[in-house]
Design a protein around this ligand. Structure first.
Ligand code: ZN
Length: 444
């Protein structure tokens, strides 16, 4: 039995059923789970004095393309719209291999961890030069991050009227075979799982109708989740109407792409009927506010989604369309965008933090994560509010208005992976050096 005690937190934001906020309280962690929350707790195990800190559940990232950390701020893509941006980057991505996938995933996940994230999804939809999903799983495992990788795919290349170059797409039979392989090899459905695999054709415009349907059937057969990009911007809606004769929501529903085991990235352009469909079917949304701003896609109707009971989590999205990977900044941006669209009372700092934690866990089918309650997983973020960002704050719980954007400590399954603002599990300076070497080689 291993115990860790976080003692004397100024404030614990539990995100439990009643969103309790406890001042001057402790959290006792036992064997990866939260054992007790209260005052005056004791242990024979390790004790961390967290006075001067706010403690929250670890943040949950529901959408990312970790490999893109190797193509941040590429000049030709900096100011392009979505489709033009993709066409600039495809030729660079086609030179990636296993080493690029591994290193870029370590960078992306470490960056997320430093911003308080304990559980991340990833959407890897291209596999050039022998790259495989397990390159990223190895990166997450070394870092100690809870990970939901998805086996993405593209099958419609340029010669078939698609966007990606032909050599970046795969045959659909091979995609389905590899989906079966990675689920059988790496998916762990158990409570407290550190790795759950999902299936994720890249988007309705990069795979066939058949593959969308077959992936949904396979996911149901294997009991894994489904993920893709949906209704990201106006071009996306126009494409759906021209190619499929319907809106993205209808296309998704017809192919089995709605339900509690499905979450869609972006959904900027969902209309009222689609929001209603997502609510009824318990389909989740990965809201990616910075990416939506960066690519000029628009403001997702998150207020309307939440009011209709749609599950919403946050996504940093790929580093090439952000280009930052700080999930706290994402939460702040989510709050700000809803205020731009709907007024200053449209979203509180507390609600945005709830979306970032509990909301994301619910989107990923993880009721065992995203809240600090006895019996839940010990995924815990500790925020030091003695620094300059909080100086003068009257409300330490309003971290997204006045608070640090990086953690002091971070625990995943009770294991400390950030200590005093530094990653403990990997040699981050060395990984950064390796990443920069790889980026330079791609520029040559
Ligand atoms: Zn994306």
């Amino acid at each position: 039995m291993t115990e860790t005690l976080l003692k004397n937190a100024d404030l614990i934001l539990t995100m439990d059923e009643s969103r309790q906020e406890l001042s001057k309280a402790d959290i006792l962690v036992r064997d990866g789970q939260i054992a007790r929350i209260g005052r005056g707790l004791e242990t024979q195990g390790e004790v961390h004095d967290v006075s001067g800190c706010v403690v929250t559940p670890g943040l949950v990232n529901t959408h990312h393309h970790l490999y893109q950390t190797l193509t941040r701020a590429v000049p030709g893509g900096q100011d392009a719209l979505l489709f033009g941006w993709l066409q600039t980057l495809y030729p660079i991505w086609s030179r990636f291999g296993p080493e690029e996938m591994f290193t870029s995933a370590q960078i992306g996940l470490a960056e997320l961890a430093l911003s308080g994230c304990t559980l991340s999804s990833d959407h890897l939809y291209l596999y050039p030069n022998g790259a495989r999903l397990e390159d990223t799983i190895a990166a997450a495992s070394e870092l100690g991050m809870r990970f939901h990788p998805t086996r993405g795919a593209m099958s419609i290349g340029e010669s078939d009227g698609g966007l990606p170059p032909d050599h970046l797409v795969e045959k659909e039979a091979a995609i389905l075979d590899d989906m079966v392989r990675v689920v059988d090899a790496f998916h762990d459905p158990s409570e407290g799982s550190m790795c759950r695999v999902g299936l994720a054709p890249c988007s309705p415009f990069s795979v066939s109708r058949d593959l969308m349907r077959d992936a949904a059937l396979l996911a149901r057969d294997k009991g894994v989740m489904l993920h893709t990009h949906l209704a990201e911007n106006d071009e996306d809606i126009a494409y759906s109407q021209a190619q499929f004769g319907c809106r993205p929501g209808q296309y998704a529903e017809e192919l089995g792409w709605t339900g509690p085991d499905v979450w869609h990235a972006h959904c900027v352009k969902l209309d009222g009927a689609e929001i209603d469909l997502f609510s009824r079917s318990e389909t989740g949304v990965a809201h990616c506010p910075c990416s939506n701003c960066r690519l000029g896609s628009g403001i997702a109707p998150v207020r309307a989604m939440r009011d209709a009971g749609v599950k919403v989590g946050l996504g940093a999205d790929g580093s090439a369309s952000n280009d930052n990977g700080n999930l706290m900044l994402e939460a702040r941006q989510a709050m700000l965008l809803q205020r731009v669209a709907n007024g200053a009372d449209a979203m509180s700092a507390r609600e945005a933090l709830e979306i970032a934690t509990r909301g994301g866990a619910d989107v990923l089918g993880r009721p065992d994560c995203g809240r600090l309650m006895p019996g839940k997983r010990a995924d815990i973020a500790v925020w030091d509010i003695r620094g300059i960002e909080s100086a003068g704050s009257w409300d330490p719980a309003a971290l997204l208005l006045a608070g640090p954007m990086s953690v002091k400590h971070l625990f995943v399954e009770g294991r400390q992976i950030v200590r005093d603002g530094h990653i403990t599990t990997i040699d981050l300076p060395r990984v950064i050096e390796r990443q920069n070497t790889l980026a330079r080689a791609l520029q040559a």
